[in-house]
Design a protein around this ligand. Structure first.
Ligand code: GLN
Length: 305
């Protein structure tokens, strides 16, 4: 829905706003009036405002019911106001304003060097892929391609505690953020990070499970990308005319890096039709998540060319 009025953003924190609830309400209105875009770490204005206000106040993101009636100090009011100004006037996504994002209850440090965590693979991993993998102990090695912040590698390490996790990204900058997150979650001995193009840094290594949320945005969508998404690295999003540039190369090499019973799990967002059109012979199995049908497919090593 397009707001009818342009936002007149105040010059200073309005004095009438006292409580956490007041600030949440104000933030929702500002986001709606400014036609803010969502979908990076929150689905709508209500969620985004919740994340922004509670996050800026260092309160747990699920504590609104307890906290909404409590007052902010003057310095907290300034701080929340400045965060909201960056979000609304500069169109900076809330996760970058705050410097973190949460995925499946885990907190990850993020900034403009990495994509904001949001892949449905996170949800699938948190459920241990129970519907698809009979014995989680059979997963001894996991590879996360295009690891970005390292979020999926870290969720995989938690989902498969017996597994060694390898994570690769082409961006050295992204790997610096991933390294920070791996340390934050105490997984330095479990997750190893490598810089390079897809499988290039891995030699002949094979894995029981390969996961990836690769760049898959089409050239047409890149041209129409809302401002918020332009704060994310183009390298993490753009994937050629049909959005399949990275996937195409991944599929060529995946079999050589999977064990005989290995599984490949890839998030392709809304591009299911484009993927099926480009690879008509591959028996993609599209996985359902609790939050609805998602663009994550599974292929077995035996299905791959
Ligand atoms: N694996 C990271 C994520 O899912 C980064 C993905 C990317 O940069 N394309 O958030």
């Amino acid at each position: 829905m397009t707001a009818l009025r342009q936002l007149e953003f105040p010059d200073a924190a309005p004095l009438e706003l006292v409580s956490v609830g007041d600030w949440w309400r104000f933030a929702v209105s500002c986001l709606v009036r400014s036609d803010a875009e969502f979908g990076q770490s929150s689905a709508d204005a209500g969620q985004d405002a919740l994340f922004l206000v509670l996050g800026a106040l260092d309160l747990p993101l699920d504590s609104f019911d307890q906290m909404h009636g409590f007052a902010l100090t003057n310095s907290e009011r300034k701080h929340v106001f400045n965060a909201l100004r960056k979000r609304v006037l500069d169109r900076v996504p809330t996760a970058y304003v705050l410097g973190f994002a949460e995925q499946m209850g885990l907190r990850f440090v993020v900034d403009e060097r990495v994509l904001i965590p949001r892949s449905y693979i996170g949800e699938l991993l948190a459920g241990g892929l129970r519907d698809y993998i009979d014995d989680p102990a059979s997963i001894a090695s996991v590879l996360d391609l295009c690891t970005g912040s390292g979020c999926l590698a870290i969720l995989a390490a938690n989902a498969f505690p017996d597994a060694d996790v390898t994570a690769v990204d082409i961006s050295a900058d992204a790997l610096d953020v991933a390294r920070e997150n791996v340390a934050l979650h105490g997984l330095d001995d479990v997750v190893s990070l490598h810089q390079g193009d897809l499988f290039a840094p891995l030699g002949k290594a094979r894995f029981d499970l390969i996961i990836s949320n690769p760049p898959y945005v089409t050239a047409e969508s890149m041209a129409m990308l809302p401002q918020e998404f332009r704060h994310e690295p183009e390298l993490a999003l753009a994937a050629g005319d049909d959005g399949n540039d990275i996937l195409r190369r991944m599929l060529q090499e995946a079999k050589a890096h999977l064990t005989p019973d290995g599984i490949l799990l890839v998030d392709m967002g809304h591009n299911r039709d484009l993927v099926e059109a480009a690879f008509p012979r591959l028996p993609f199995m599209w996985l359902a998540t609790e939050s609805g049908d998602a663009g994550v497919f599974m292929l077995h090593a035996r299905d791959l060319p």
